[in-house]
Design a protein around this ligand. Structure first.
Ligand SMILES: Cc1cc2nc3c(=O)[nH]c(=O)nc-3n(C[C@H](O)[C@H](O)[C@H](O)COP(=O)(O)OP(=O)(O)OC[C@H]3O[C@@H](n4cnc5c(N)ncnc54)[C@H](O)[C@@H]3O)c2cc1C
Length: 403
C-alpha cells in the first residue's frame, strides 16, 4: 500500500513527534517525511489530555535537559503561537504556600527558578496574593510571570499543516499502528513502510517501540492517570488564572492545581494514580498486557513499596470527591462540593528504572539509523520545539540520507 520510500518515518503524532517532523521539514524542505499515528487524529493521548500550561521552567534541575529545553522551548512556543494565531495567553501563575514548611521551600523554589534563567519572580504577601487571586488563601506565594496557557492540540495540528505546506509529498498517516520494526522497514496494520531512517516518539509506548527495535533499555514506562474536576460555571470566578501548590520534593508530580483553560473553563487536578492500562482514562480501566508488563518489572514493586502511603492516598482520593475537595480547599477554602463537577483524565508516561525511581529527565537515544525519544514527561509539551531541535541535531549527526 505504501510502496513509496520515505527518507524519514516519525512514529507518533503527539506534540513531540509533530514538532520533530516540522523542524526536520523546515531544515530539509525536500525530505520526504511520513508521520505514522495509530489514532484517527493527532494529539489524542498525553498531548490532548494535559493541563494546557506553558511551563516557565521553575522546578527543574539546573543544567538538565528538562530545564534547558523548557526555557528555550517556551520562548519558541510563544513566538510560534503569536505567529500562527494559536489560542494562548501569558497570564502568570502563583505557587501558594499554605504552611511554614512550604514557605521555606518557596524560597528555594525561587532560587531554583532564577538559576534556570527566570527573571521577575517575586514572593507575594497575603495582600498581594488577594490582588491576583482574590479567593486564594496562603501564608505567601511565588509569582511566576512567564507561565501561561495554550491549546496544545491546535499547536500539534498546525505543525501538520505546515509540514504539508512545505512539502506536499510528505504524509501524515493516521489509523496506522506500527507493529514491528526492522532496519529500513516498519510493519504496520496498513502494510509495510519503507524508510531510510526512523524517529520514534511513542509517548506511553516508547519502551515497547524501543524493544521492537531491539534497543536494550533498562527502564519501563508506567502510566500515572491524572483525573480532573472542573469548576461549575457559577464557581469559575473563584480562580482567575493558575494556582499551584508548593510541590512535595519527594514526588515527581506538581500536586493538584487550578488551571484556566484557553476555552475559559477552570480545571482542578490532576491527581496521580498508578494505572493498569497505559491509555486507560477511567477509574477502573484495566489491560492485562499492560498490567503483567508493569508487575513483571522489579522497579514497579520497588516504587510501590517505597511510596505505598502516597499511592494509597491517591487511590482513595481518586474515588472520593470529598477528599479531592479537601486538597483543593487548602488553597481556595471557599470551594464547596457543588462547585465541582467531574472532568476529563490524562495518563502521564513516566520511565521507571529498576530501583523504582522515576527518571527525572528527558531521555533520547540513537540506535543506528533510528532515534528513540524514550522519556518525554512534562514539560515536554512546552519544550516540544526545543526537544525537536535536539532530535534534529542527533538526526544530522547519526542518520542516513544517502542510502
Ligand atoms: C495529565 C497531564 C498533564 C500534563 N500537563 C502538562 C502541561 O500543562 N504542560 C506541559 O508542558 N506538559 C504537560 N504534560 C506533559 C505533556 O503532555 C507530555 O510530555 C507530551 O504531550 C508528550 O508528548 P508525546 O508526543 O511524547 O506523547 P503523546 O502525546 O502521548 O503522543 C504519542 C503518540 O504516539 C502514538 N503511538 C504510540 N505507539 C504507536 C505505534 N505503535 N504506532 C503508531 N503510533 C503510536 C500515540 O497514539 C500517541 O498519539 C502533561 C501530561 C499529562 C498526561
Amino acid at each position: 500500500m505504501h510502496a513509496k520510500k520515505y527518507d524519514v518515518a516519525i512514529v507518533g503524532g503527539g506534540i513531540v513527534g509533530m514538532a520533530t517532523a516540522y523542524k526536520l521539514q523546515l531544515k530539509f524542505p525536500n525530505l520526504n517525511i511520513i508521520v505514522i499515528e495509530k489514532e484517527k487524529s493527532l494529539a489524542e493521548h498525553q498531548t490532548g489530555r494535559n493541563s494546557g500550561v506553558i511551563h516557565s521552567g521553575l522546578y527543574y534541575r539546573p543544567g538538565s535537559l528538562r530545564s534547558k529545553n523548557c526555557f528555550s522551548g517556551r520562548i519558541q512556543l510563544v513566538k510560534f503561537a503569536q505567529k500562527y494565531n494559536i489560542n494562548h495567553e501569558i497570564c502568570g501563575k502563583i505557587v501558594l504556600a499554605t504552611n511554614h514548611q512550604e514557605s521555606n521551600r518557596l524560597i528555594d523554589l525561587k532560587k531554583n527558578g532564577e538559576k534556570n534563567g527566570l527573571t521577575g519572580l517575586k514572593i507575594l504577601d497575603q495582600d498581594e496574593i488577594k490582588k491576583i487571586e482574590p479567593f486564594a488563601v496562603g501564608l505567601c506565594a511565588l509569582w511566576v510571570p512567564q507561565s501561561g496557557i495554550i491549546d496544545y492540540k491546535s499547536v500539534t495540528n498546525k505543525f501538520a499543516d505546515l509540514i504539508l505546506e512545505i512539502n506536499p509529498n510528505s504524509k501524515i498517516l493516521k489509523k496506522c499502528q506500527v507493529l514491528e520494526v526492522k532496519n529500513n522497514l516498519l510493519i504496520s496494520n496498513l502494510g509495510s513502510i519503507v524508510t531510510k531512517n526512523a524517529i520514534f516518539c511513542g509517548g506511553l509506548f516508547s519502551d515497547r517501540l524501543a524493544e521492537m527495535d531491539n534497543v536494550k533499555i533498562d527502564t519501563k514506562i508506567v502510566g500515572f492517570r491524572g483525573d480532573y474536576y472542573e469548576l461549575t460555571k457559577e464557581a469559575t470566578n473563584k480562580v482567575q488564572n493558575l494556582i499551584y501548590p508548593v510541590p512535595n520534593p519527594d514526588f515527581p508530580f506538581l500536586g493538584v492545581h487550578f488551571t484556566r483553560m484557553t476555552d475559559g473553563c477552570i480545571e482542578c487536578g490532576p491527581n496521580a494514580v498508578f494505572t493498569f492500562k497505559r491509555e486507560g482514562y477511567h477509574r477502573l480501566s484495566f489491560n492485562l498486557k499492560d498490567t503483567l508488563d508493569s508487575l513483571g518489572f522489579v522497579g514497579t514493586w520497588k516504587l510501590f513499596i517505597n511510596n505505598w502511603k502516597f499511592g494509597l492516598k491517591e487511590y482513595r482520593r481518586a474515588f472520593s470527591k470529598r477528599l479531592f475537595l479537601k486538597e483543593l480547599r487548602k488553597m481556595v477554602p471557599s470551594l464547596n462540593m457543588n462547585d465541582l463537577k467531574i472532568g476529563r483524565s490524562g495518563v502521564r508516561a513516566m520511565a521507571l528504572d529498576k530501583n523504582g525511581v522515576v527518571l527525572d529527565d528527558f531521555k533520547i537515544i540513537n540506535h543506528m539509523n533510528h532515534i528513540h525519544v524514550l522519556n518525554a514527561p512534562s514539560p515536554a509539551a512546552t519544550a516540544c520545539l526545543s526537544i525537536a531541535d535536539h532530535v534534529v541535531n542527533n538526526f544530522v549527526e547519526n542518520c542516513n540520507l544517502n542510502k
